[in-house]
Design a protein around this ligand. Structure first.
Ligand SMILES: O=C(O)C1=C[C@@H](OP(=O)(O)O)[C@@H](O)[C@H](O)C1
Ligand SMILES: C=C(OP(=O)(O)O)C(=O)O
Length: 459
């Protein structure tokens, strides 16, 4: 957690003047878009990606794959509806330069792809990318036959000397610091000569839904995967070598990015509908239905989408978030506004996310008068009356949206560098003001909040 030396603009987080009543169309999932781009690039035929997320993380992924020779073109989709990317796989080439920004998916999913290129691929990124763990991917690839030049710290920068192919085979890794190590090795494995057998040997593995997403998406393009949840050995995943099919995939809305909007329903005692919420999904954000219900709301999932209704008060929660770590900042923000204490557990690995999220949430909520304590694996949050002030974001999109949630209920909260939401949700500020019924030129939001009655909990 380092504060920027320059002070990007402060964004006055709008305070809700009434119960929110809005429909918010949320852009596509980062995790699905970036997996789909990788799988389509490794396929033996072109494919379509409809409603892809266009954000910093996904544009970096597309740019990196293009740099290795993949065609990714703008289009309108095979049936003429909706914006789409057409992905045209090609022989992967080096030399190439990859900028990972601070995208975990790019820095972890692409080194295995680069092993299949016919020359060197150099990886670099934001300063924070030098601190985020990558050892599981680097060590595994080396033991599977790759030549990688790195500085031995298990992080970026590095150069993968692609040899056009990789042996693959069995490998053991400790993925307790990021599930993305497992996903990375599995995604490219159909193209390894022997496929892969990944054995996780460390302590608890976080973010299991994201590994399920990887397995599901691999199967949907024709890969054969054996895994613990369909009767395989615990902590072992096997992918057989095979060609991958080009598909026509529509990306689901990003349910984790739906979080702040659903939270607004809870905080203001209002109602928010997110259209196209999938009836079945591997996205961790689906857990919000249960978590936010326990925190005082009610939800209804229909063919039209998810409607979440606040009850007028927010309750504290004691919850293990190890499967859904990326939801922690938003839950912490709500917990700071609740009527009882909360304990968030199972998320020690968040110290190595975009920033040290446990330290950042503690410092920023306490800076507004809160009472948050870091524990070994999470946060203890005692709600206190909060006051306005600057909410620093440490280049972390989810810190910015967490601050906006608090700002709904607390006057004078100013979010530093709200533009950092561009990592996964570039339209966030306009979507947020649109939801609140403020003039904004909002994209994808319709709101009934203007002139609505005062929120039941008096925000
Ligand atoms: O594979 C993915 O798409 C992700 C996996 C998770 O990473 P960690 O397992 O490193 O937490 C999650 O937090 C991240 O936002 C996205
Ligand atoms: C941890 C996150 O991202 P990344 O994919 O960069 O790991 C996140 O989006 O919360």
């Amino acid at each position: 957690m380092t504060e920027s030396s320059v002070h990007p603009a402060l964004w006055p987080a709008p305070r809700a003047t009434g119960a929110v009543d809005a429909t918010v169309t949320v852009p596509g999932s980062k995790s699905v878009t970036n997996r789909a781009l990788v799988l389509a690039s490794l396929s033996s035929e072109p494919g379509w990606l409809r409603r892809p997320l266009r954000s910093r993380d996904t544009l970096l992924m597309a740019q990196a794959l293009r740099a290795m020779g993949v065609g990714i073109e703008e289009g309108v989709g095979p049936d003429g509806s909706g914006e789409a990317w057409r992905v045209i796989p090609a022989g992967l080439h080096g030399p190439a330069q990859v900028d990972v920004g601070n995208a975990g998916t790019v820095m972890r999913f692409l080194p295995p792809v680069a092993c299949l290129a016919d020359g060197p691929v150099h990886f670099d990124g934001d300063p924070r990318s030098y601190e985020r763990p990558l050892h599981g991917v680097i060590d595994a690839l080396k033991s599977l036959g790759a030549r990688i030049d790195d500085d031995g710290r298990g992080t970026l920068p590095l150069t993968v000397h692609g040899a056009g192919a990789l042996d693959g085979g069995p490998v053991s890794i400790d993925a307790s610091s990021s599930s993305q190590f497992v996903s990375a090795l599995l995604l490219s494995a159909p193209r390894f000569n022997q496929g892969v057998e990944v054995r996780h040997t460390g302590s608890a593995l976080p973010s299991m839904p994201h590994i399920r997403m990887t397995v599901d998406m691999l199967r949907s393009v024709g890969a054969q995967v054996d895994e613990p949840e369909s009767g395989g050995e615990p902590d072992v995943w096997r992918v057989s070598p095979s060609a991958l099919l080009g598909r026509d995939l529509t990306v689901e809305p990003d349910l984790s990015n739906a979080q702040p909007f659903l939270a607004a329903a809870l905080v203001t005692g209002g109602r928010v509908t997110v259209p196209d919420w999938p009836l079945r999904t591997t996205q961790p954000g689906d857990a919000l239905r249960e978590i936010f219900t326990a925190m005082g709301g009610a939800c209804e999932l229909t063919e039209r989408g998810l409607t979440f209704t606040g009850t007028g008060s927010v309750h504290g929660i004691d919850v293990d978030l190890s499967e859904v770590g990326e939801l922690t900042p938003g839950i912490a923000a709500l917990a700071a506004l609740a009527d009882s204490p909360s304990t968030l557990r199972g998320v020690a690995h968040l110290r190595l996310h975009e920033t040290d999220r446990l330290a950042a949430l503690t410092k920023e909520i306490n800076g507004l008068g809160g009472d948050v304590t870091e524990t070994a694996d999470g946060l203890r949050i005692n709600p206190r009356p909060l006051h306005g002030g600057t909410f620093h974001t440490y280049d972390d999109h989810r810190m910015a949206t967490a601050g906006a949630i608090i700002g709904l209920a607390v006057a004078g909260v100013e979010i530093e560098n709200v533009a950092t939401t561009a990592k996964t949700l570039p339209d966030f500020p306009d979507m947020w003001t649109g939801m609140l019924g403020e003039p904004s030129g909002a994209v994808g939001v319709s709101s009934g909040a203007l002139g609505a009655p005062a929120a039941r909990r008096g925000v």
